[in-house]
Design a protein around this ligand. Structure first.
Ligand SMILES: [Zn+2]
Length: 133
């Protein structure tokens, strides 16, 4: 497995871990009722004001986390490595399937978009500094 393929699989693992927690929280909230937190405004139940120690805080609802996980997964899938390495005048590169033009001006994979997304999870085990944009 190459470093470049590891970034996608590592990101998908992080997203799956967040989803697992969010689904557990959502199931827990259903068991005890909807009075765990109060919607910040209107009927938007993605954001909740939670109980804390009195300091500034924000609690994000499970549904919001699941929305973010779905968006992050789509980004990872869109910015996957193009399956055929591209022969350029300066050598062979693995290109992003989404960024640039694979034939004319390929963007080396992992692309800046994928690297930027990974920084959101950079504090987790397995993140490599070589992925940092
Ligand atoms: Zn890309």
């Amino acid at each position: 497995m190459t470093t470049t393929t590891t970034l996608s699989s590592w990101l998908l693992d992080q997203i799956a871990a967040d989803e697992e927690v969010a689904l557990e929280v959502a199931a827990w909230r259903v068991r005890i009722g909807e009075d765990v937190g109060q919607p910040v405004e209107g009927e938007d139940r993605r954001f909740f004001a939670g109980y804390d120690s009195g300091g500034p805080s924000v609690s994000v609802g499970a549904e919001r986390v699941l929305d973010l996980c779905a968006a992050h997964r789509q980004i990872v899938e869109l910015h996957d490595a193009y399956d055929t390495p591209q022969q350029m005048t300066y050598g062979t590169i693995v290109a992003c399937a989404e960024c640039g033009s694979v034939d004319d001006s390929p963007v080396a994979w992992p692309c800046p978009t994928l690297r930027a997304l990974a920084t959101a999870y950079a504090d987790r085990p397995g993140y490599r500094e070589e992925w940092r944009p």
